[in-house]
Design a protein around this ligand. Structure first.
Ligand code: AMP
Ligand code: MG
Length: 411
């Protein structure tokens, strides 16, 4: 063996995550491109979105009912003269004249409130006879009318660059008339599986062979995070082939390797990365699954060496790759999202590692319940198929009892 990797550093989960976040914070923003509004969903905004006019642009009624002077409805019941009806979309010149004391106008949700009115009484508290309406419920000045410009003033920024565009952001952009948006280019992520036993999924595997599922789970995770996967196939457990494919991988924005990072004689990934002058920021984390996870940089590109066991590959992507990918995509990395759920059945483990075990979240509405998906270790893809989350077990807990609250990482 030639160039040996630097001395290994095994960090706690939190330390390792922070190391990735610190590097992610130094990543430079991407080049921007323009995309149609709807195609921008899930992308990262590269520009500021500004209010093109006041929001709302006029004093907007929030309810169907009657526009009144609040002072007129101080003593109840009161009967007012109806001088007109205001539909949403009415032209300003068609609005009834200034309301006088004792007068009201029918008004619909989304319509402009007339001059002189300072509140809208909901239709539910009124009864109409001819052109007179009796009001049975009092109201304060300002009720059910949104003042012009109270939500945003023309020129206010509504969305910042670096925002992941969700449906809320799409609505904001649509409301200011944006048919297209400037978004950051998707980062290209090279995906390289390793292992002499791994075959492509179209091939009929021999009795000694395993289909390459990791390249596909990773590609799906990369896509979901807004990146473009570049599949480099499977490297044999042999330095020349590995070096050849790594060389290609290090030309992309990020290189993800799976397999070959454990202590086995043919686990060559770190050794070959060292030949590219790699720096290693960590070479393991005190977690299960995923303990041998590697993070580093070579030729000015970040790489992750993810353990080959399929569950380990998926978990370590969510825990460590995701923040780097967020940063390469142009945003401040999102925090991991945990929720709390009641455990449905006792858990027994060993102490020492923080565990992220495939779990099944159930329960109605706010009553979240969770149980382990019952797995046979980090390679158990069948358990993954039965699971929809990870149950997080702190490193100091040997057992957790049914009914206790546990942290759950949703996926
Ligand atoms: P390794 O990390 O190379 O020691 O691999 C650990 C386990 O994961 C072995 O049982 C491998 O067969 C399996 N494995 C490695 N790479 C893949 C892959 N691309 N797809 C599915 N399983 C894999
Ligand atoms: Mg291997």
């Amino acid at each position: 063996m030639s160039a040996a990797p630097q001395s290994p550093s095994i960090l706690t989960f939190e330390e390792a995550r922070r190391v990735v976040e610190q590097h992610a914070a130094q990543v430079r923003p991407q080049v921007a491109e323009t995309t149609q509004l709807l195609s921008s969903a899930g992308r990262i905004l590269a520009e500021k979105i500004v209010a093109d006019r006041d929001f709302p642009p006029f004093r907007r009624a929030m309810r169907d009912g009657y526009a009144v002077k609040a002072a007129d409805v101080a003593n109840l019941p009161v009967t007012l003269e109806v001088i007109g009806e205001i539909k949403a979309g009415i032209l300003p010149e068609d609005l009834p004249a200034n309301l006088e004391t004792g007068q009201t106008a029918g008004i619909m949700t989304g319509a402009p409130a007339p001059e002189g009115a300072d509140a809208v009484v909901m239709v539910e508290y009124t009864s109409l006879t001819d052109n007179r309406v009796t009001i049975t419920r009092g109201i304060a000045s300002g009720d059910n009318i949104v003042p012009a410009g109270s939500e945003a003033k023309q020129g206010d920024s509504l969305l910042q660059p670096g925002t992941r565009i969700d449906y809320g952001a799409i609505a904001v952009a649509a409301s200011v008339g944006r048919e297209s948006l400037s978004v950051f280019r998707r980062p290209e992520v090279a995906i390289l599986s390793t292992g002499d036993e791994i075959v492509e999924i179209g091939a009929r595997p021999g009795p000694h062979q395993i289909r390459n599922s990791n390249s596909y789970s990773l590609a799906a995770q990369v896509q979901a995070a807004g990146g473009t996967p570049r599949m480099l196939g499977v490297a044999r457990d042999e330095a020349v082939h590995l070096r050849f494919l790594m060389e290609q991988g290090l030309k992309h924005d990020l290189l993800l390797l799976t397999g070959g990072v454990s202590m086995g004689k043919y686990d060559l990934v770190e050794q070959v990365l060292s030949e590219f002058g790699a720096e290693f920021f960590f070479t393991g984390a005190q977690i299960q699954p995923g303990r041998p996870v590697v993070f580093g940089r070579a030729r000015e590109r970040y790489f992750f060496g993810l353990p080959g066991n399929p569950i380990s590959t998926m978990v370590t992507f969510d825990l460590f790759v995701r923040p780097m990918l967020d940063a390469l995509a142009g945003m401040v990395p999102e925090k991991l999202r945990f929720l709390r759920a009641r455990l449905k059945a006792d858990i027994h483990t060993k102490t020492g590692l923080k565990r992220f075990l495939p779990g099944r979240l159930s329960g109605e509405f706010e009553q979240a319940e969770v149980e382990l998906a019952g797995w046979h270790g980090s390679g158990d893809l069948a358990a993954m198929g039965r699971s929809n989350c990870y149950v997080v077990i702190p490193p100091d807990r040997e057992s957790i009892s049914e009914g206790e609250w546990v942290a759950v990482m949703v996926r």
